[in-house]
Design a binder for this molecule. Structure first.
Ligand code: NAP
Length: 261
């Protein structure tokens, strides 16, 4: 059973996981982070010890969770010294768990398929955790770890995890960026971004209730060429907005009208 953990990184994911583990009674033994401000803050919140030195990371924790970025995870995995058979895990969507195979026979992935930001509280009931491990013993440990923080877990292999990550980039990251761009258009014209909120709320409700395909509205869905031309004319001075508008319009058009509907 994993009863103590060392976290590498002190960003969004490390912050939420560390708090959830502590709440579940799992000891956060140490926070390793290059960032003194966020690292010390997280160590304080979780009653753990901060270090920015890889040589000072304790070698005897039950599990080590890497929550940095792909390059840093690989680099720190190479340099970390741990006792035999300790569990090494990362939280990334598109990184192989094999980065740990030189260090231990017990390694894997603990990938939360959710969006994390420090300033937004998160209910771990709503976090599906994708787990993958080098052996049965470790996968069982990851199931128990997921249960301890009340997450639903899914055993997902590396290819499936990469596909989930890709899907999440479209469904969450790109959608978020579109909302940002929509807000910028309003701000530039002196209008309040608050006006977007009811539209966003209703759009999400519709997607969740009816699915995205059925929920689509707008000029491209209606094949309203006059509105599309007006919009393109309005954004033509901003190449980025112009290109994005055209790509999305073509994609929506092809989805609903390619067969001449
Ligand atoms: N955020 C999400 O919604 C989410 C969801 C699922 C999975 N993930 C995965 O979880 C991992 C962490 O994501 P995050 O959102 O928590 O990232 P983040 O908020 O940007 O935090 C990354 C952490 O890694 C540190 N770091 C970055 N480069 C480093 C380097 N070269 N050497 C040492 N430390 C380094 C950062 O330090 P500084 O503060 O000094 O930059 C920071 O502490 C990533 O693999 C990500 O793909 C994220």
């Amino acid at each position: 059973m994993i009863s103590n953990i060392i976290l590498a990184g002190s960003g969004n994911v490390a912050y939420h996981l560390a708090k959830a583990f502590k709440k579940a009674g799992i000891n956060i033994k140490q926070i390793f982070s290059r960032n003194h401000t966020s690292g010390k803050e997280l160590a304080l919140i979780t009653d753990s010890i901060f270090t920015d030195s890889i040589d000072e990371v304790f070698a005897n924790a039950d599990a080590y969770i890497f929550a940095m970025n792909d390059e840093a995870d690989k680099d720190i995995a190479k340099r970390l010294k741990v006792e035999n058979n300790k569990i090494l895990l990362h939280t990334a969507g598109s990184l192989s768990m094999e980065i740990f195979k030189q260090k231990t026979s017990n390694y894997g992935v603990f990938y939360p398929f959710q969006t994390f930001s420090k300033d937004i509280d998160l209910n771990f009931n709503k976090v599906p955790i994708c787990i993958e491990a080098s052996n049965l013993g470790t996968i069982n440990e990851l199931k128990e770890l997921s249960k301890s923080i009340c997450c639903k877990y899914y055993e997902v292999n590396e290819d499936q995890r990469k596909i989930l990550h890709l899907s999440g980039v479209f469904a969450s990251n790109f959608m978020n960026h579109c909302v940002y761009l929509g807000g910028k258009i309003l701000e530039k014209e002196g209008l309040s971004t608050e006006m977007l909120k009811p539209l966003l709320q209703q759009s999400f409700d519709k997607i969740l209730n009816n699915g995205a395909y059925m929920s689509q509205t707008g000029p491209a869905r209606r094949n309203d060429l006059i509105s599309i031309e007006k919009h393109l004319d309005f954004v033509k001075k901003d190449k980025n907005l112009y290109d994005i508008y055209k790509i999305f319009t073509e994609s929506i058009y092809k989805t609903y009208h390619a067969d001449g509907q």
